[in-house]
Design a protein around this ligand. Sequence first.
Ligand SMILES: [Zn+2]
Ligand SMILES: [Zn+2]
Length: 159
Amino acid sequence: MTTAQHTCPTCHQPGDKHCKDCKTAFYCSQECQKADWPFHKPACRFNQAHPASLEPQSIPCVKIHSPQTRYENITVPSTHPIFTSRALPVTVKFGYPLVIARLVENLPQGPQTDNQHATWLNIDPESGFAPSEWQGGIGSVVVANAMGHRWILTLWALL
Ligand SMILES: [Zn+2]
Ligand SMILES: [Zn+2]
């Protein structure tokens, strides 16, 4: 008998089968792993391109301040846990996967910790709603290109 310490991101049941490529994502079954692949793929690729054994790189990203919405360009190290998180479903639909992380966890709910832009980014295109943990108690967040590319250079390259 095994005690799973990880939660399958697809069905939210315990899961102890890790992704063979990066070993940072855990699933209960192959079916759930398959369903999660579009959202996990950016983190999987990022972790292979930025192995922990290498010197951490500074990755440009955007901080969205709360409660007064303001965007600020900052950098985070490539070792930041944001890069092991699932890509935001809406951004996966656009083919430009973004990841998001709170700067402070376990904030109380209320107008002082609302972050509407962070809530919108988390909307699930299937349900039309953001998960409950992204509807309040958010505070300031950091948003990064899940692949770690430089935003501006990537955008210019498309023109
Ligand atoms: Zn599952
Ligand atoms: Zn992986």
